[in-house]
Write a protein that binds this ligand. Structure first.
Ligand SMILES: Cc1cc2nc3c(=O)[nH]c(=O)nc-3n(C[C@H](O)[C@H](O)[C@H](O)COP(=O)(O)O)c2cc1C
Length: 199
């Protein structure tokens, strides 16, 4: 038996990310964002409540960076979702984290986090009570420390976490289960992919 519970945004899991912007005085603002989505290879999208300072900044600069939040900074990450730069002018400074200017877009890079996307704004569209932002990823910055010996990014080194849309909790990601394109190989009548990762 299923229960129909109406249209709910229950896509799961949703990684917690941070959106970093400048205001008109080049002051850094950062917000917590857990409803971000990707489509295509170089596009990200998310919805903003129109009162967010982040929206005002994005309208002004037409740029932002988006980074994957990590467990070691969960306190600061949660704080970025609780306080607005509209009412707390030193919101970013209070978190005691570091920002550097992006070489590609007019937005700050949060250098304490290991993976950042440098994005320009493609569209800003009002949809009902929310504003839908689509950004183009111009570049990805990955800290040396998250690469494995083969030069690939090791997700476990990012230490990301996700937002539980059902209970408003945060969860860390679990163990690696194995290779994609291998579990379904038997059903697909194919040989499993034998890619085993060097740790
Ligand atoms: C887990 C979590 C997810 C959030 N996701 C969104 C979101 O998708 N869109 C949004 O507008 N606000 C979202 N927020 C709220 C903003 O992060 C929060 O209002 C923040 O203070 C906005 O900062 P700003 O006004 O400085 O931009 C989220 C907050 C949390 C804690």
């Amino acid at each position: 038996m299923f229960r129909s519970i109406g249209p709910r945004p229950f896509k799961f899991p949703t990684p917690v990310v941070l959106v970093a912007t400048y205001d008109e005085n080049r002051r850094v603002d950062v917000m917590n964002m857990s409803w971000e989505g990707s489509f295509g290879l170089n596009t990200v999208s998310f919805n903003l409540n129109p009162v967010r300072k982040t929206l005002r900044n994005i309208q002004f600069t037409r740029a932002f960076t988006l980074c994957i939040a990590d467990v070691p900074h969960i306190k600061e990450v949660d704080y970025f979702g609780m306080v607005s730069g509209n009412s707390t002018g030193d919101k970013f400074e209070r978190a005691n984290l570091r920002a550097e200017h992006s070489a590609r877009v007019n937005a700050p890079i949060l250098v304490d986090f290991p993976l950042s996307l440098e994005c320009s704004v493609v569209t800003i569209e009002h949809e009902g009570n929310l504003v839908h932002i689509v950004g183009r990823i111009l570049n990805t910055l990955a800290d040396e420390r998250i690469f494995d010996r083969n030069g690939n990014i090791d997700v476990s080194k990012i230490q990301g976490f996700y937002y539980d849309v059902f209970h408003d909790d945060y969860y860390s990601f679990g163990e690696r289960l194995g290779s994609a394109w291998s579990f379904g190989a038997e059903l697909a009548g194919r040989k499993p992919s034998n890619q085993e990762r060097e740790e």
